[in-house]
Design a protein around this ligand. Structure first.
Ligand SMILES: [Zn+2]
Length: 269
């Protein structure tokens, strides 16, 4: 059994739960119907992330994250040859590992009423927000933006592009781009508290108030450089411009730098 979402080139497989058909059906229905169709596809950012996968050169399979203690994750699926030996990664097939029960479904009332200037809870951790994040990774992986091993934390022995102490919290370029899009999704949902890191030790998880608007975010040099890179290279970027919400640095960047449409178009046509 599985639930194919043909509109998005995504299939939800509960196979690892096949010893318990009720559990398998519940997993597939929750992910495909409640979260993807019922939540993610109802937002502008979600629609764009899903149609990017649909129009990309491959497809996505979602399985339960059944090993305890591991986070959600998206990566290329391993390919095997006719005798079953693994022969590397398939660039056209993404696997997402995700367990809905690991994340809250809605924001607890206690969090919803905390004044946003207190910034007292971890944003981006509801189940639809976690899955959206993995689907952003999936679309970029299919488009060839492979996860680079280079850390954004500066390393004098191994200089890497865009490495900067101020963006080190995001860990890698891929995480910066994915958290950027996920934060625009949070903003579209009406939230005012955003994520500031990939959860690396020693860095704040919550974006400070000064950076929590489009202009505030872009006023930091390290953010501006990476937003510019995203706007110039990712075909999702120009499509995000119409989303007029408190936090959408991509929109703000294109409005100030209209030539970026041309750069992006020439790379993605
Ligand atoms: Zn990530």
């Amino acid at each position: 059994m599985s639930i194919p979402l043909n509109d998005y080139s995504i299939t939800v497989y509960g196979d690892p739960y096949k010893y318990d058909p009720a559990l398998q059906m519940a997993f597939e229905a929750t992910v495909a119907n409640s979260i993807i169709r019922g939540q993610i596809a109802k937002t502008s950012v979600g629609k764009l992330v899903l149609s990017r996968i649909k129009n990309g050169p491959g497809d996505v399979e979602i399985y339960p994250r059944y090993k305890a203690g591991l986070n959600a994750e998206a990566d290329y699926k391993l390919k095997s040859n006719s005798s079953g030996r693994l022969i590397g990664k398939d660039p056209h097939k993404i696997v997402v590992w995700f367990k809905p029960q690991q994340w809250k479904e809605t924001m607890p009332a206690s969090q919803a009423t905390i004044p946003t200037n207190l910034r007292a809870f971890e944003p981006g951790m509801l189940r639809d927000e976690v899955l959206l994040h993995e689907l952003v990774h999936s679309g970029r992986l299919l488009d060839g933006f492979a996860q680079s091993s280079h850390k954004l934390a500066p390393n004098p022995d191994d200089p890497a592009p865009y490495a900067d102490a101020d963006s080190a919290a995001y860990e890698t370029i891929e995480e910066f781009m994915t958290i950027l899009v996920s934060n625009i999704y949070l903003s579209e949902k009406g939230q005012k508290v955003f994520r500031a890191s990939h959860g690396v030790d020693g860095y704040p998880y919550i974006l400070d108030q000064a950076q929590s608007s489009s202009e505030g975010f872009l006023s930091k040099k390290s953010n501006l450089a990476l937003v510019k890179l995203f706007c110039e290279t990712d075909r999702l970027a120009p499509k995000l411009v119409p989303i007029d919400t408190l936090f959408n640095p991509v929109r703000a960047y294109f409005i100030k730098n209209p030539l970026t449409y041309t750069v992006n178009g020439s790379l993605n046509n």
